[in-house]
Design a protein around this ligand. Structure first.
Ligand code: 5GP
Length: 190
């Protein structure tokens, strides 16, 4: 998606050869017009597949997920993050290792919002090693729902997330694919 790549080139900050900061338009300040385009692009890629809900994770997945939900006309559920959580019957719970914080946290969705008849699109801001996406898939499977695919705003293709998810048979659609963050520069795959 060219507009997204252009924005990353102009406003992305390479923090290290592993981490890209996009606080100017996605992770802190949000560019609504760009988010709308992102939502449109996800909808184009996943339309017509019987998707009933979008699942994302707070906080940075919410903006692109809501825009995609608006385009597809379906609800968006965001998993909440907790330091720890005691088991409750109405909660679907999973664990996720955070790439940016390097700590494990617990994520949860109320069981009321997902059922076995749902066909779910997972959306997140970044794909690194695939831990967040896998934890969201785990929640969806606990509800007995099916996964339509995974939509990612920025994929770091030099990390293992895509390979892990594709190995398990999931379709991954990323709007910008970063091949490398070497020399303080963002190099795209295509
Ligand atoms: P994964 O779970 O795939 O290893 O990492 C994806 C999650 O970590 C995303 O939800 C995102 O919040 C965060 N993340 C991973 N890499 C980056 C990065 O380079 N920049 C930012 N801002 N977040 C990242």
């Amino acid at each position: 998606m060219e507009a997204l790549k252009q924005k990353i080139r102009e406003e992305g900050i390479v923090l290290s050869d592993q981490v890209l900061k996009v606080d100017a338009f996605l992770n802190h300040q949000i560019d609504p017009a760009l988010m709308q385009q992102i939502g449109h692009e996800f909808a184009e890629r996943f339309r017509g597949q019987g998707i009933t809900k979008i699942v994302t994770i707070e906080a940075s997945g919410i903006a692109p997920a809501v825009m995609a939900g608006l385009e597809l006309g379906i609800p968006v559920i965001f998993a909440r993050k907790f330091q720890s959580l005691t088991l409750k019957s109405d909660l679907l719970i999973s664990k996720v290792f955070s790439f940016t914080k390097q700590t494990e946290s617990t994520i949860a969705i109320s069981a009321r919002h997902l059922s076995s008849t749902d066909h779910v699109l997972v959306i997140d801001d970044f794909l690194a090693n695939g831990h967040a996406a896998k934890a969201l898939i785990d929640l969806i499977q606990q509800a007995g729902a099916s996964v339509a695919g995974i939509g990612i705003v920025i994929e770091k293709s030099f990390q293992d997330g895509r390979a892990l998810l594709e190995r398990e048979g999931y379709r991954v659609e990323s709007l910008a694919r970063v091949r490398s963050l070497a020399d303080g520069q963002v190099h795209f795959l295509d």
